[in-house]
Design a binder for this molecule. Structure first.
Ligand code: 5CA
Length: 438
């Protein structure tokens, strides 16, 4: 993309409405714009990041044989009356009426809709297990939308739902999802710690949250310091083996880690004093096992081995996709701007033409840019070098290819690594190969 022709409205001033760094940087770097309280438009750069995060999630969910679907955002109140949650959900639910005065709502989550879909289609134990997921917008009329996309009213969620014949196989799916989540967060370039959590309005009796540790997080967390060092994916776990998955989950959940609501003082005091860590975290994922709560309340059965009907066991598994954009920035920035992990960066590199209008510089930049225009942002603006450097740091591209007049005529560009600040000279012919391979 050529910066001179793009819709990337960066801001020099610090936006007054933004209280935390990620929100300020998302506005300043031109990723999003607020349209009304807690509701955002995603601009080209922000959308690229959102898509890259979604695609990593997709690949990892597909890897465990979860199947992607796409359900509507608008649901009928009738569906929620069947589970008994329509009245219970309260003012967070956005309720809508259509022209026939039928009651609708903008989905805050999809347990009812998926349970109904499942009930219409699956009749026998032979068709179990099923794991379905979607990446779809949700609406929750939050009392206090804040921190930009971190606590929005409209937000993008990956929500998965599992259906199993019994408790044991439901747990296997639950553990498999934990493993998938650890892989997802690792690939996103962030450390998210699984912690015991409350089940809230989703219900059930087994609930884990995945939290990115950050001082601006909304959840208070208590955990054993060994978790700061733990490399969960160092060992290869066979996700087809229920025993291996269970053993993995047990090891994972031995060190104490809990959010505020389920903090257990006795267990906490059993952690050696010097290893106790109290801090804050951003909840980027939340998984639930709730057994037959929805299949029972909505009267959904399938026939078992013996021909008799039974209620399938369920779990649901969420990831805050749009929240992750803010959370990644909270975890990866410095005083100059964003530092994107390569896996989610909107562009692999920015080409900084320090002398736009100069024949040699323009030619070198064009040649580099045209080699991979989808993955490169070309700063071809008639701006001072200082402005280009500052914007490149602000936007956080992993690499900056700096093209100056003297180097360009000698066949050399300067390459800056955003994360380390390290600079080196590279020949024009090798620079793209180097960046694409790193
Ligand atoms: N049905 C279940 C899981 S599929 C569910 O709704 N879980 S949840 O309520 O915990 O939401 C899943 C994830 O969505 C959360 O972990 C969080 O990362 C994200 N999320 C929740 N509320 C918001 C919000 N207001 N703004 C942005 N992200 C949110």
């Amino acid at each position: 993309m050529r910066l001179s022709q793009s819709f990337i409205p960066t801001l020099k001033e610090i936006p007054k409405e933004a209280q935390i760094i990620s929100h300020r940087l998302m506005l300043r770097a031109g990723l999003v714009r607020q349209t009304s309280s807690g509701i955002y438009t995603w601009l080209p750069m922000g959308l690229r990041v959102l898509r890259r995060i979604s695609n990593i999630i997709r690949e990892e969910q597909d890897r465990i044989n979860a199947q992607e679907i796409l359900m509507p955002t608008v649901q009928s109140a009738e569906l929620w009356r069947r589970s008994g949650r329509y009245d219970a959900y309260g003012p967070e639910m956005l309720r809508i009426q259509d022209r026939h005065k039928r009651e609708l709502l903008y989905g805050p989550t999809n347990e009812e809709m998926i349970t109904d879909l499942f009930g219409q289609s699956i009749k026998s134990y032979k068709d179990l297990p099923q794991v379905l997921y979607q990446i779809q917008w949700k609406f929750r009329d939050e009392l206090r939308p804040r921190f930009g996309v971190m606590r929005g009213r409209e937000f993008l969620m990956k929500d998965a739902y599992s259906f199993d014949i019994d408790y044991a196989s439901a747990l296997t799916n639950y553990y498999r999802m934990v493993l998938s989540y650890l892989r997802i967060f690792q690939r996103l370039g962030v450390r998210a710690v699984p912690m015991r959590a409350d089940t809230g309005p989703i219900g059930g009796d087994l609930s884990y949250e995945f939290l990115i540790l950050a001082p601006t997080g909304e959840s208070s967390v208590f955990y054993d310091a060994v978790l700061e060092e733990q490399d969960w994916l160092a060992e290869v776990v066979d996700y087809n083996s229920p025993e291996a998955l269970e053993a993995f989950f047990r090891r994972l959940t031995v060190p104490y880690a809990a959010t505020d609501e389920v903090h257990n003082i006795e267990a906490w005091e059993a952690v050696p004093t010097e290893r106790r860590r109290e801090g804050r975290g951003i909840e980027v994922g939340h998984i639930f096992y709730f057994g037959t709560k929805y299949t029972k309340s909505m009267g959904i059965t399938v026939s078992g081995h013996d021909g008799l009907p039974f209620y399938p066991e369920m779990g649901s598994y969420g990831i805050g996709v749009s929240r992750l954009v803010g959370a990644i920035i909270e975890a990866q920035h410095d005083e100059n701007g964003i530092i994107w992990p390569e896996s989610v960066a909107p562009f692999r590199a920015v080409i900084l033409n320090l002398k736009s209008g100069d024949n040699v510089c323009d030619n070198v930049c064009e040649r580099l840019y045209m080699a991979a225009p989808q993955q490169l942002l070309y700063d071809d603006r008639m701006e001072r070098a200082g402005v280009k450097f500052a914007d490149a740091d602000l936007m956080g591209h992993p690499w900056q290819i700096i093209v100056g007049a003297r180097g360009a005529s000698a066949g050399i560009v300067e390459l800056k690594h955003r994360a380390t600040g390290e600079r080196r000279e590279v020949s024009i012919d090798n620079v793209l190969t180097f960046i694409m391979a790193s």
